[in-house]
Design a protein around this ligand. Structure first.
Ligand code: FAD
Length: 458
């Protein structure tokens, strides 16, 4: 094994992008993936599950020459379409124009595009081979195939992109504790589906959708919510986020589709009417767990490193888990592709640069749950948003709402968190004593803004 031979565990979104980037840079890459090849076996039971892709992820895909082909399959989302209890709707644009949009991409489709790209770049991917243990001193991995037959392979330097339940992380932790801490959110999620309004291949794009296609739909209901993201064939993937137990509606109380239907009839009647397969979906799809993973250390003696969800799984409310993992891959690949790479130094540098940022997005993702399920219909939040909009339109060099900093720039997440706090404190101060953003003297507010905060980086 030369220093530029890498073994990646996990060919999910992050592992397959990292494999592509390393192989394109001339490294020898071997990937082991637990599941069968989705290009042959089909993905996740054929269900359409989607994710929001934004600037950080797109930039990483650009680095691999893949952005254009991925975006060609994606649906643009210009903002949040908020569905109120009274049936009213409000489109809250994410950005100033169509340069600032999120993209709804199919998880399975994107993974398959990345697998093709990794193989085309020269990476070797073995499917149906799950890591069960690692001997870092001997440089070997123990893998299990579908029949649980074990074999030991030489591995050299190992990169763990095997997701939130990482087996590599467990193996590293057995050698030297990584300081793992998992904080469950106490809420779970269930995926449902609004089918395409028309399956006629000749139908116009808009005729395929039962709701506005170019938006992320939210039904905020205080302690819980539904969201829906469009798929380009006309369906929407709907996700219900709900406490797992406790007072008020919760998953433990929704024992079957009949109970769930009554709950939806009360809280989400309009979306229920669009889901003819609701009962089967509710009974068949599992309740997913939501948690934040923190580690003190992501690497082991220059021999192994974790990235993506294996290092820093977060809750999905900022739509940044994959984007952050793609940013990891884009920052790591050039470090590891250097001819004279010292992996211990490269791993330490990677963690030092990335961890403050992934801690920051973990915190912002938790805060965004409250914003999405509750604040988007709160009058004070809406006034603050209106004032931020007015200031950022007049002075784009001085104020950009935090959501836009995170989603449409590549400024470090930790910087966005700090700047967001300072901007929020200022907006609160400017709004004090005013019921409406329209009552605030905009010229005086701009003067205060420029006195208090430095301009945004160019
Ligand atoms: P994974 O996608 O989990 O991939 C891990 C891979 O490793 C899998 O292929 C798995 O089969 C394989 N593997 C596991 N164990 C082993 C083993 N022992 N041996 C070999 N292979 C193994 N992020 C966004 O950016 N935008 C969104 O809109 C968004 N929405 C989300 C919605 C929900 C409900 C959830 C739960 C997450 C969402 N995320 C979103 C987060 C995103 O899904 C993850 O951050 C992303 O999938 C992480 O990629 P990964 O490759 O690190 O891990």
């Amino acid at each position: 094994m030369t220093p530029r031979d890498y073994t990646i565990v996990g060919a999910g979104l992050v592992g397959s992008l990292l494999a592509t980037l390393l192989a394109q840079a001339g490294c020898r890459v071997q990937v082991y993936e637990k599941r069968p090849d989705p290009r042959r076996a089909g993905f996740a039971g054929g269900r359409s599950i989607n994710l929001a892709l934004s600037e950080r992820g797109i930039q990483a895909l650009r680095g691999a020459g893949l952005a254009e082909q991925v975006l060609a399959q994606a649906v643009m989302m210009r903002g949040r379409m908020v569905h109120c209890r009274d049936g009213g709707m409000d489109l809250q644009a994410y950005g100033v124009d169509d340069h600032e949009v999120n993209w709804s991409v199919s998880r399975g489709g994107l993974n398959m595009q990345l697998l093709d790209a990794a193989e085309a770049a020269g990476a070797r991917i073995d499917f149906g081979r799950a890591l069960v243990d690692a001997d870092f001193a001997a440089g070997t991995l123990t893998l299990a195939d579908g029949d649980d037959a074990r074999n030991v392979v030489a591995a050299g330097i190992v990169l763990g992109a095997d997701g939130a339940g990482s087996a590599l992380r467990a193996a590293m932790d057995r050698v030297e504790p990584l300081g793992e801490r998992v904080e469950p959110l106490g809420h779970g999620y269930k995926e449902l589906e609004i089918p395409a309004a028309s399956t006629n291949p000749d139908s116009d794009f808009f005729e395929r959708f039962s709701l506005e296609p170019y938006a992320l739909h939210i039904w905020p209901r205080g302690r819980y919510m539904c969201i829906a993201l469009p798929n380009n064939e006309g369906s929407f993937t709907v996700t219900l986020f709900l406490p797992k137990a406790g007072p008020g509606p919760n998953f433990a109380a929704l024992t079957d589709a009949r109970a769930a239907r009554a709950f939806f009839q009360r809280d989400f009647a309009d979306v229920l009417a669009l889901m003819p397969g609701f009962d089967a979906d509710f009974d068949e799809h599992p309740v997913g767990n939501l948690a934040t993973l923190y580690l003190d250390r992501w690497h082991l003696a220059g021999k192994a490193l974790l990235l993506g969800d294996a290092a820093h799984a977060i809750v999905p409310f900022h739509g940044q888990g994959m984007n952050a993992g793609f940013e990891d891959a884009a920052e790591l690949a050039p470090l590891l592709a250097q001819a004279d790479v010292d992996t211990a130094t490269a791993f330490a540098r990677f963690q030092a640069e990335r961890k403050p940022n992934t801690d920051a997005i973990a915190a912002m993702a938790l805060e965004n749950y409250v914003e999405m399920r509750d604040a988007v219909v709160d009058p004070h939040y809406l006034q603050k948003r209106a004032l931020a909009h007015a200031l950022s339109t007049s002075e784009p060099r001085w104020l950009m709402p935090r959501y836009r900093l995170v989603t449409f720039t590549r400024l470090p997440y930790a910087w966005c968190l700090e700047r967001g706090r300072a901007q929020n404190a200022l907006l609160e101060e400017l709004l004090q004593g005013h019921a409406s953003a329209d009552d605030v003297d905009l010229d005086a507010a701009i003067h205060t803004l420029k006195q208090r905060l430095p301009p945004l980086p160019a």
